[in-house]
Design a protein around this ligand. Sequence first.
Ligand SMILES: [Zn+2]
Length: 330
Amino acid sequence: MQLKHKIPGIIPTPEEMERRLQEAKDRRDASWSRLCEKEKELKVIDFHVHTFPEKIAARALEQLSHDSGSRPFTDGTVKELRQSMKEAGVDLSVVLPVVTNPAKVAHINLSAAEQNEHVDETGVLSFAGIHPAAENYRVLLKQAKELGFRGIKLHPDYYGISFDDPRTMRIIDCASELDMIVITHAGTDIGLYPPVCCTVDSIVRVMDTVAPPKLVAAHMGGWNNWDEVLTKLAGRPLWVDTAFSIGEIEWLSPEAEKYGFHQLADEDFIRLVRAMGTDRVLFASDSPWAEQKDYVNRISALPFTEEEKEQIFAGNAKRLLGIDPKQEKS
Ligand SMILES: [Zn+2]
């Protein structure tokens, strides 16, 4: 088929495109600056949540819920996330996009960047998605940096590609060179078990090989792999988040329990936090797969000092995201 007529005004000229991109960048930068200005008001930052576009949220949640056998606490939309944040007293949530198709990375990141134009009003900050099978990963990561993303999310189990696979390592290396945070799902995925694509050993190998300065291993370093986290990762320079690691799992079906999965008991959670260092732990829920309010209440009630709670709930995240101007200079 041949396009015979150019439709005036619909296809922008390169100059017009350039202008629009610059305007979007200005809006993002201005919104980020306004967020940084109210840094002191950010008392609770949830470093690990998921949302889905309104059109596909219901279908996506139904599928994921079926696979994992556990129930979601919101409908998966930004709207219900914001409602949940209000109820829980969460001031900023970091959305982690899981991209399962390399061809969709650019598109997903473009719409996530649009969300970030309003971060100071919504309190919803999206990271970029990526896929290790994307051959154009350098271009995609550079674009993500230009779009102002503070970090990227990896989910080795959804890719079926190990965390220490050369394709993943080159992404971690490239993102680190661009001074971006790399957050990865770690340990067993409740919906995809087995095999585990981000084991504790693979994290150790990546740290020894690539040494990413801003690495976050989700779910307290490796879901249901916590004995190994304690012996192999404690004391190493990485961050862990608290997403979906304590409390009860709300199983939808009794069969799901047969794997023997469990969350950390309070005393084991405290021990692991202390072993990793209270300056290395980021408060996170994994909403919609856990309830933000429940996580805030649960962790607040644990016997940490006020100073330690400040670090876990906001201080460490601000430092890592570069929100805290004092820390960024040092
Ligand atoms: Zn998650």
